[in-house]
Design a binder for this molecule. Structure first.
Ligand code: MN
Length: 423
């Protein structure tokens, strides 16, 4: 939908202003170049369910032109990637996105320069053709038959992922309880662990399993994988291919997520990341829209912890957005999220780590704060834009999206009443 010449025309018009903003950085080329290169390499996967308007239990207000099929979801992510060259992967959700012709789907994704990120299983709702219900849980369920059905589903998800070239499965369980006394916590834990063990045994040798935790919702009294401690426990018991996945919205208020990240990296058990932002809970808001300083502090620990282990920032962890909210155009929201993530990452790369360590060794809390905030208050947007320019993307993806009336075109093509599958 976006042609190369549209991007280059757009960039030509913006280039003089961009060069002026970039000029201060060209004096610090040694500083800027490695950051630009890392930004070019850094790709953030887009989940298939973020392409439609989200909703709440009170209602949903779709904006029109939503993708009606897996092919159209891939086209939407391809469009994002053409605009920013930083969204080069899509994460599918089974059964919402079952590929009927995997070879064709792979080819379509490749034509947009997209890879397949983690596949996601779904045992938090019942499908119409399903024999047993997940009302009271899935992998933790008191009934072995329900557990087996959930295990079989997860293994089927792995099989779909293999066909697409995916290398990981994310298991998020809504399992838990709503009322005190409802659940035997120890039995639920052991049932979930045994079920996860059967799924783990079906992993191909080069695959990873991400165990995602969430504090509450849809269960409101207990969640069987409710925090990073229980996720780490499951992942540790399962084996080397199992990792904890951190979703920013899945914590209780004021949790110190940057500290969690640091410890998980130290234990070599951080596998993947779901970006979003929130004010109250799992709000699914645009990354960086509420707490950009927290996002920076998290990236500061990510960079520090990955560097301490000699990890490749771009490839050694799974990076994904997980958000689906109610009022914005989903594609515009995703462009904003990707840019917010890139900004936080670039700022974290600016941190003077030697000076920070010296300040820590001297118990100089004032100096340590100055070092962090010096990086966090630096406007790195020219670097992010330069990375886009060099990668063949748009200098200002959001402006180009609007200038090309892309949403209006999608509505013309797909209709104003379309609902993305799964939502
Ligand atoms: Mn998530």
């Amino acid at each position: 939908m976006i042609q190369t010449n549209q991007i280059s025309d757009h960039n030509d018009a913006l280039r003089p202003a961009h060069q002026r903003k970039l000029a201060p950085w060209t004096d610090a080329v040694e500083h800027a170049e490695p950051i630009i290169q890392k930004l070019i390499e850094f790709q953030i996967a887009i989940p298939s369910w973020a392409l439609g308007t989200g909703g709440t239990r009170f209602g949903r207000f779709p904006g029109g032109g939503e993708p009606r099929s897996l092919e159209e979801k891939i086209a939407d992510v391809g469009l994002l990637h053409a605009l920013n060259r930083s969204s080069g992967a899509i994460s599918l959700h089974i059964p919402w996105d079952i590929p009927t012709d995997p070879a064709a789907i792979r080819q379509l994704a490749a034509s947009h320069g997209l890879a397949f990120d983690a596949v996601n299983s779904n045992t938090f709702q019942d499908q119409s053709d399903q024999t047993l219900s997940y009302k009271f849980g899935s992998l933790q369920h008191v009934d072995a038959g329900v557990r087996q059905q959930a295990i079989d589903h997860n293994i089927e998800v792995i099989r779909h992922g293999v066909e697409l070239g995916s290398k990981s499965i994310t298991v998020w369980l809504s399992d838990g309880s709503c009322f005190p006394g409802q659940l035997n916590f120890r039995k639920a834990f052991n049932n979930a662990l045994n079920s996860l063990g059967e799924i783990y045994a079906a992993l191909p040798s080069d695959w990873k399993m991400f165990v995602e935790y969430k504090a509450y919702e849809p269960n409101f009294y207990s969640t069987t994988v409710g925090d990073w401690g229980s996720s780490l426990l499951y992942a540790s018991k399962l084996g080397d291919k199992a990792y904890t996945l951190v979703d920013l919205g899945h914590h209780l208020p004021n949790a110190n997520i940057e500290q969690i990240v640091a410890i998980l990296l130290n234990e070599q058990k951080l596998g993947g990341f779901h970006f979003n932002d929130s004010k109250y809970g799992d709000d699914d808001l645009t990354a960086g829209s509420i707490k950009p300083y927290q996002l920076f502090l998290i990236f500061n620990e990510l960079v520090d912890g990955m560097d301490a282990r000699g990890m490749n920032h771009a490839t050694d962890l799974g990076w994904m957005i997980d958000a689906s909210h109610n009022v914005k155009d989903p594609l515009e929201d995703l462009l904003q999220s990707v840019e917010a993530i890139q900004i936080a990452y670039a700022q974290a790369l600016l941190v003077d780590r030697l000076a920070l360590e010296e300040a820590r060794e001297a118990n100089d809390a004032v100096r340590a704060q100055e070092i962090l905030q010096d990086a966090a208050r630096t406007d790195v947007r020219p670097l992010v834009a330069e990375a886009r320019l060099r990668a063949g993307a748009s200098l200002n993806p959001l402006a180009l999206f609007r200038a090309q009336n892309i949403r209006q075109k999608l509505i013309q093509e797909r209709g104003s009443k379309t609902v993305a599958t799964g939502l």
